[in-house]
Design a binder for this molecule. Structure first.
Ligand code: TMP
Length: 215
């Protein structure tokens, strides 16, 4: 039986720089010859991609209710875990997840204001025991991340990105609280640092913690 892969997730407000860091980590892990998959949420399976399209539509009237939104995100994740994540980890692939259950805890639980314990229960039901080994939280003030989003002239803003800064302040505060509550899993990173300084910090964490599982 192969050794289980490492499950790494990235979290943070929109525009925090996750995609750039995920590309860099992928490059470094691949250079060691390690097998690797990258997931984004919602998506990653046929069902998940369909759910992504539904959630990205901006013209729905009446709008998707907060509870329906919670169930759509978690339905996509339940399918991803069963169809792809768990089998891949068992086969020894590392997984880099561009968002996982913490996004639901924060965006739907904290920022949308749904009952946080209910959201936690739905989250647990959807993922079972498949939890990230390590979660990198890229922390940035919403005013700074908005500047980055606006600089991406080629990509239209999605449903969430159009929300006011107050929503993202709640998201940021929620993430920081969660990271404090789970200090073993979360690694808090100042996302205003230079790209190379951030990727070095991430790589140092991975190589220190999981030396025996690399290469
Ligand atoms: P992305 O831009 O990082 O792909 O994320 C898509 C948006 O969906 C982002 O604004 C965060 C939001 N989101 C949730 O509200 N709940 C979730 O569970 C996930 C995975 C994303």
């Amino acid at each position: 039986m192969s050794q289980r892969g490492i499950f790494i997730s990235f979290e943070g407000v929109d525009g925090c720089g996750k995609s750039t860091q995920i590309k860099e980590l992928r490059r470094r892990l691949r250079s060691l010859g390690d097998k690797l998959i990258i997931t984004r949420e919602p998506g990653g399976t046929l069902l998940g991609e369909d759910i992504r399209k539904i959630l990205q539509r901006t013209s729905d009237t009446p709008k998707i209710s907060d509870r329906a939104e919670l169930l759509l995100f978690t339905a996509s994740r339940a399918q991803l875990v069963e169809e792809m994540l768990e089998p891949s980890l068992q086969e020894g692939h590392h997984v880099i997840a561009d968002r996982f259950l913490d996004s639901t805890a924060i965006y739907q639980g904290v920022a949308r204001g749904l009952d946080e314990e209910t959201v936690a229960q739905v989250n647990r039901f959807a993922v079972g025991t498949c939890m990230p080994d390590v979660t990198f939280l890229l922390d940035i003030a919403p005013a700074d991340s908005r500047l980055r989003l606006e600089a991406r002239a080629d990509e239209p803003l999605d449903r969430f990105e159009k929300l006011p800064d107050s929503f993202f302040n709640d998201v940021r505060e929620g993430y920081l609280k969660l990271a404090k509550a789970e200090p073993k899993r979360f690694v808090l990173i100042d996302a205003m640092q230079k790209i190379s300084a951030i990727s070095d910090q991430i790589w140092e964490t991975i190589t220190k913690r999981y030396d025996g599982l690399l290469g």
